[in-house]
Ligand binder design. Structure first.
Ligand code: NAD
Length: 472
């Protein structure tokens, strides 16, 4: 089998002696082999990033910005091929892949316009005090498998604009788009500025321990995030951790169930619920519970699940066997506890890691399907009567990534939203992201921010520069 994609170190394709198969989750068949980098490859990549750092840092900001924008052009020129490769390796439907590839282009173009001007604190002629933002050095980027290219771009664009260089590791489940992008990027960037190496989980751990890396920007599960934080302590690495969530949505009694069902459905099931900010607990007021549940079931029946390369498919499979087995196990737990499915609940025996949209009817608040991050298309519908009670239940989680509130009375919805413990709270909308909007988790959903100037600042050290004339 071919190994068409290579790791990129110091501007060059580098062969590896070991490889692994990338699997198409819709067919369970191998797509191709991809390279497994060793510790020596990591060392080479870090040295290349270190050696290119001072040259890249000293290039005028406008030149760095222009080159980052050109990275967006590279994806744009290969848009259709990226979309098809993303569908094949990740499993998502066509619309989802268009959203991710379009988003990757947009983020590179827009983050390329950002900068952090110095803040002048004192300005008295020769005497001046300035707070400025300087790059950190080599950034280690580690990404998950649900939005492989977009989440890599969320790291690459600000890291490079700020003047850092990078070693990036995609998930072993979805390495292909990122490896290809890494190769294409060499036609634009100086060698060593962006090095992309693929490998197993151990490669991620070696990165977090590597003394030559100054910061880890990690997106993945909370369990792994804790390990990253622990091993990053060796050289006090700076950290951005974007981790898991168990996002609540609160539906108020004044909604029109028919009108709201579509939005609530996609709030939960977009990307087959393999979305850190998917609604994972849907709290519905008892006055409208039955009607909303009914409309959700009716809408779910209209959604086509299948291979994303097939026209009309809206939802694909679970991305990998490990996650598929976890979701199956959760479904089994629901059945073992006698919980009722309003739709779904059983995986089909056909090939591919397919799990049907599954709605669980008002399971107990302490059941696994409510407490755990399913990261698959299984949604508990939960009944509530009292606003204080639902806010308490919504906040009763170690996670605090995002939340949403849905109701006609926007002021009441906002009053509830402001009491929710989450990094982003949407009212009558969900999954609104922008390069200019800060995104990050509270509690065990993360540390730090991505996007916006807050996100850019995370790729910088803060330096205070004080100037004074010599006393004569
Ligand atoms: P994961 O934590 O298993 O893996 C993420 C990355 O970490 C992969 O590249 C993996 O190879 C690497 N890794 C594994 N062990 C490591 C270690 N010990 N040290 C360093 N790196 C290591 O997560 P996943 O299953 O790929 O992704 C799903 C999770 O990501 C979900 O919990 C989801 O909520 C979360 N996520 C969060 C966000 C966010 O922005 N908050 C976005 C997307 C996904």
């Amino acid at each position: 089998m071919d190994t068409p994609y290579a790791i990129t170190i110091n501007g060059k394709r580098v062969p590896t002696s070991t490889t692994r198969a990338a699997i198409n989750p819709a067919t369970e068949k191998a797509i191709c082999l991809f390279p497994l980098a060793t510790r020596e490859h990591l060392d080479q990549a870090v040295v290349a990033a270190q050696e290119s750092f001072s040259i890249w840092r000293d290039r005028p900001l406008e030149e760095r910005q222009a080159l980052v924008a050109k990275l967006g052009d590279l994806i744009s020129e290969n848009r259709e091929s990226f979309i098809r490769l993303l569908i094949t390796e990740q499993g998502k439907g066509r619309a989802g892949a268009e959203w991710e590839i379009g988003g990757s282009i947009h983020w590179l173009h827009e983050i390329a316009k950002q900068s952090l001007p110095s803040e002048v604190i004192v300005d008295k002629g020769e005497e001046q005090i300035v707070t400025r933002y300087t790059p950190i050095g080599v950034i280690g980027g580690i990404t998950p498998w649900n939005f492989p290219l977009l989440l890599a771009v969320w790291k690459i664009a600000p890291a490079l604009v700020a003047g850092n260089t990078m070693v990036l590791k995609p998930s072993p489940y979805t390495p292909l788009c990122t490896l290809w992008f890494g190769e294409l990027a060499q036609t634009v960037l100086p060698p060593g500025v962006l090095n992309v190496i693929s490998g197993g989980d151990e490669l991620g751990q070696w990165m977090t321990e590597h003394p030559g890396i100054g910061k880890i920007s990690f997106t993945g599960s909370t369990v792994t995030g804790r390990k990253v934080m622990s091993s990053a302590s060796v050289n006090l690495k700076r950290l951005t951790l974007e981790l898991g969530g168990n996002d609540p949505a609160i539906v108020l009694p004044d909604v029109d169930p028919k009108k709201i069902a579509k939005d609530l459905f996609w709030a939960s099931f977009a990307n087959s619920s393999q979305f850190c900010v998917a609604c994972k607990r849907l709290y519905i007021h008892e006055d409208v519970y039955d009607a909303v549940a009914h409309e959700l079931v009716e809408y779910a029946k209209t959604v086509t699940v299948g291979d994303g390369l097939t026209d009309g498919v809206e939802l694909g499979p679970i991305q990998n066997r490990m996650q598929y087995d976890k979701v199956l196990n959760l479904l089994q737990d629901c059945r073992d506890r006698g919980q009722r499915f309003l739709i779904g609940g059983e995986a089909s025996a056909s090939p591919g890691y397919f799990i049907p949209v599954s709605l669980v009817d008002n399971p107990p608040e302490d059941s696994r399907v409510v407490v755990e991050e399913a990261f698959g298309p299984v949604l508990p519908l939960l009944k509530y009567r009292d606003i204080d009670d639902v806010i308490r239940r919504a906040n009763n989680s170690p996670y605090g990534l995002a939340a949403s509130v849905w109701g006609k009375d926007v002021r009441s919805a906002e009053a509830i939203a402001s009491r929710l413990e989450a990094g982003t709270v949407w009212i009558n909308q969900i999954h609104t992201f922008s390069p200019d909007i800060a995104f990050g988790g509270h509690k065990q959903s993360g540390i730090g921010i991505e996007n916006s100037l807050h996100g850019l600042a995370e790729y910088c050290n803060t330096q205070t520069l004080m100037r004074k004339p010599l006393a004569v």
